[in-house]
Design a protein around this ligand. Sequence first.
Ligand SMILES: Cc1ncc(C[n+]2csc(CCOP(=O)(O)OP(=O)(O)O)c2C)c(N)n1
Ligand SMILES: [Mg+2]
Length: 612
Amino acid sequence: MLVKVSDYIAEWLHTKEIGHIFGIVGAGNAHLFDSIVSADHTEIVCVHHEQAAVMAAQTYYRTSGTVTVALLTTGAGSTNAVTGVVGAWADSIPCMMISGNESSKHTSPENPLRMWGVQGYDSTEMVSRVCKLVHRVMDPLEVGAVLETAYRVSNSGRPGPVWIDIPMNVQSTIVEREVLDDRLKFALAEIEAQADETAFSLDEDGDYILERLRQAKRPVFWLGHGIRLSGRTELIRSLIELSSVPSLVTWAGIDMVDSDHPLVFGRAGVYGNRHANFVLQNSDLVVAIGTRLAIPQVGYDLSELARDATFIVVDIDETETHKLGEKVQKSMVRDAGPLLDSLVQKLCDDPIPPKPDWLDQCQVYRRDFPITGSQDADVEGYVNSYRFMDRLVDHFKQDQIVVTDMGTALLSGHQVLRFKKGQRLMTSTGLGEMGFGLPGAVGASFGSDRGEVLCLNCDGGMMMNLQELQTISHHQLPIKIVVFNNDGYLMIKHTQKSLFKGRYSGTNVKSGVSCPDFEKVAGCFGFGYSSVRSWADFDTAVSEMQKSEGPIICEVFMHPEQLFYPKLALALRDDGSLVSPPLEDLSPLVAFEQLQAAMIVGVHPKSVELNR
Ligand SMILES: Cc1ncc(C[n+]2csc(CCOP(=O)(O)OP(=O)(O)O)c2C)c(N)n1
Ligand SMILES: [Mg+2]
């Protein structure tokens, strides 16, 4: 039987039960659009910028577990997608890019021209460094095999993006279905044969970890997004309760476990919780599972990290396990999932008795260094963003999904927001691109059956993908957007303060960048609007937002110079010079006596010299 290649691709999406894909039409992918829309199984959500399509594909996966597609046209239609692709690469999110391109007579690797035909260029070569697999389909008969292989590669091992480029004429070629199917069967047989046969010794690795946890005096778990990617968030509770080990979560792993669980001690790092940093820095054993231990987590100088501790690192990507050098006593290059199965099973048979002194000490850290405190006082009547987050939690719904952009939304949100089982938090932690919030919210809403999403955004971040308000409006998605208005780029104002004595350039109205009146923006895109100018407005405005059935913007006017505290910041020595303190000594610096009392492993020499 004969079949058109683009129709075959539409069928393939159906067989994979992909309900939504995200894209923008052009001449380069017109056949694909026509076939998918005609097949009427998969809805194409038409966004207004290709980077938004890839960002939405990521949160669609994170909410639904379904790997989906960004459908791109040739030329700028595919270059625009690159930011989203790098974000997915950094955060290990599986997703597929399918791009159109010039006719295959122009797209051979031997073609030396900068531009091929009309708007054509070598897209796959360009993104090959940031995708797990790239392939240009030059032979129409290989399309099934290529799709299937790419789909599996994207979602296996350390997941990540894949990119398939399909020249226009290939999309419209009519082929023998049987030949295409045979090629697919052959490819599947090859995939099966290559399946990972490495036999890990689950027993040995599990026993090693448990033995070390039993011996340690002050052990901690550091739990990362890899655990969710391995489908084992359900085991976390048993793991920490049966081992009685205090646990830290990474930013990407915040929503894997109830934030108020007595054994969960927050989020450590450069912008971490102060109590969490004390737990980390005073531990003598860190078991890191499914986290790549990036600089924002471990700080800038490894010799200052958890100085009394050794690390056991469980990571599916071997290259990540070398980063900490000699700090890592044992690395286990493997999927966290089966290891967690084994650990929990062993712990069920033989739980680890609690270590009361260490647990008491962790409680003391939590009690003495609360997440929001005097450093977050409101200034000149403006609502402080950390206090805002603290109270926002009271308005969360049972299955609240929160997507954040960068800036204030990211920093205050990831410090303060607390999550219960079933509630979700997601952003782009690896690339940190402004503009993720709006398309991220679109993807999360479609991924949860047009569910409600709370998008925490900022004035600058809104402007980077403002056009997606129309996508939300078009589909009348129940997306609620909080916009922190602080006259521009607050995070960078702080950078300029510390580097250039407060000489601003391109960070606020006066220095060259401005944002629009968001009430007018809301009206223009058909959104509801509420605002918070002081605490007097808070409950009414936030309730109105949470009650709204359609899309709504809630604008929060915060102090344009508000500080982001606590954070690891350069600090002044007594002699006036600047130094970067160790991870436990976050700004604003606490009194020396308080630091000394908290540091079981001793105060770092750098901290002794600081002017507090
Ligand atoms: C796409 C992109 N461009 C530039 C940056 C650099 N950057 C980081 S934070 C920031 C300012 C963010 O401003 P806004 O979104 O309003 O958040 P605020 O810090 O003001 O709360 C900038 C420009 C970035 N992260 N992403
Ligand atoms: Mg701003």
